[in-house]
Design a protein around this ligand. Structure first.
Ligand SMILES: [Zn+2]
Length: 349
């Protein structure tokens, strides 16, 4: 199957009432793990690359690896997504490479660290929306600022410093016409999200529900949504790792989000932990091993297991065959003639 527009993938998820995991990749084994899980569970999927990933693997390598996935698994709809674009140029380069979706994270300035003003965010996001939609490419924006730093991107600090204001979220969606909206509800990037199992004082699901009520047709995105399960932390530490105790976003909270408009859930840390735990285990218990395949194979299998579990928990499992892909050119027409607009849906009601 050719790569699919993320807009189509998320529209279908909304129709079916499920969420879609968006998994970060840097290398071949991670892409293979995701695709094996998608096949195992018959799931549509978002494969995403951060700026850091694009630099690590080099653009052409990563692009062609994801393209290979779409060739080898013609039955699986795949959207190729730029995670946390920091500027118009980053998004433009992804679109020109062939990504079917981009995130313009205008919540931060181009340095990827300093929170920007609402006006700056609207201006740069709208510029990306105009460029992307003319080419049939989906755009995710962000309003509010997440906590933590990952791949050198992020404002740092706790996730509670810039929780999304629902009024601003509505205004932002109307002014920019984004297809999907990442909101800040207390989560952070990286492994260290919460210092205890999160409750409503630190994980603001009420804010998410309030935003969805007012923006029922904008797909909401949860970032920093690894669950950071204790068993994965334990494997890393059992074989010589030194992770500090930490809590992620419980799966049941993500499922509550999915019942309230969350269509895309970003997961990276859980996969990193699974791979690292598997590699550590081999190298720790069998120190005579030196063939990378001896530890990359179990690492890939460990990641596949986590991804398949998340696909089942998010509800995307079983939905890969629900629809035929709409070409990117058709999607572009939909944006041009207004059938795919997300704008003043709230005002019109
Ligand atoms: Zn993120």
């Amino acid at each position: 199957m050719p790569l699919v527009s993320m807009r189509q993938l998320l529209d279908e998820a909304a129709k079916g009432g499920y969420g879609v995991g968006a998994f970060n990749v840097n290398d071949m084994e991670q892409i293979q793990a995701i695709m094996a899980a998608a096949k195992e569970t018959n799931s549509p999927v978002v494969i995403q690359a951060s700026r850091g990933a694009r630099a690590f693997a080099q653009d052409r390598f990563l692009f062609h690896l994801i393209l290979a996935a779409s060739e080898l698994y013609p039955e699986i709809p795949i959207a190729m997504h730029q995670d946390h674009g920091n500027s118009f140029e980053t998004c433009k380069s992804a679109i020109e490479l062939g990504y079917t979706s981009v995130m313009m994270d205008g919540s931060l300035k181009e340095d990827g660290k300093t929170p920007s003003s609402f006006e700056e965010n609207v201006a740069v996001t709208k510029k990306v929306v105009d460029f992307a939609h003319a080419r049939g490419v989906t755009v995710e924006g962000e309003i509010g600022v997440l906590g933590g730093i990952e791949d050198g991107h992020g404002a740092g600090g706790s996730g509670l410093e810039h929780v999304t204001d629902p009024d601003q979220a509505v205004e932002f969606a109307e002014l920019t016409g984004v297809d999907a909206l990442a909101i800040a509800i207390g989560t952070s990037h990286g492994a260290y999200k919460f210092s205890k199992k999160p409750d409503g004082s630190v994980l603001k699901m009420d804010v998410l529900i309030a935003i969805h009520k007012r923006l029922p047709n904008t797909h909401l995105v949860m970032h920093g949504s690894s669950s950071v399960p204790k068993d994965l932390q334990d494997i890393v530490n059992q074989y010589g790792g030194k992770l500090k105790e930490t809590w992620g976003v419980p799966v049941e909270e993500i499922q509550l989000g999915i019942r309230n408009g969350v269509r895309k859930i970003n997961v990276d840390t859980d996969n990193r932990l699974a791979m690292t735990g598997a590699i550590r285990k081999v190298l720790w218990t069998q120190p005579e091993k030196f063939d990378p395949r001896d530890y990359m194979k179990p690492a890939r299998e460990a990641m596949q297991k986590v991804v398949a579990l998340r696909m089942t928990q998010f509800g995307q499992a079983g939905h890969a065959g629900d629809y035929a892909p709409i070409s990117i050119a058709e999607i572009a027409k939909g944006y041009a003639d207004g059938t795919l607009t997300t704008q003043p849906l709230v005002a019109a009601k």
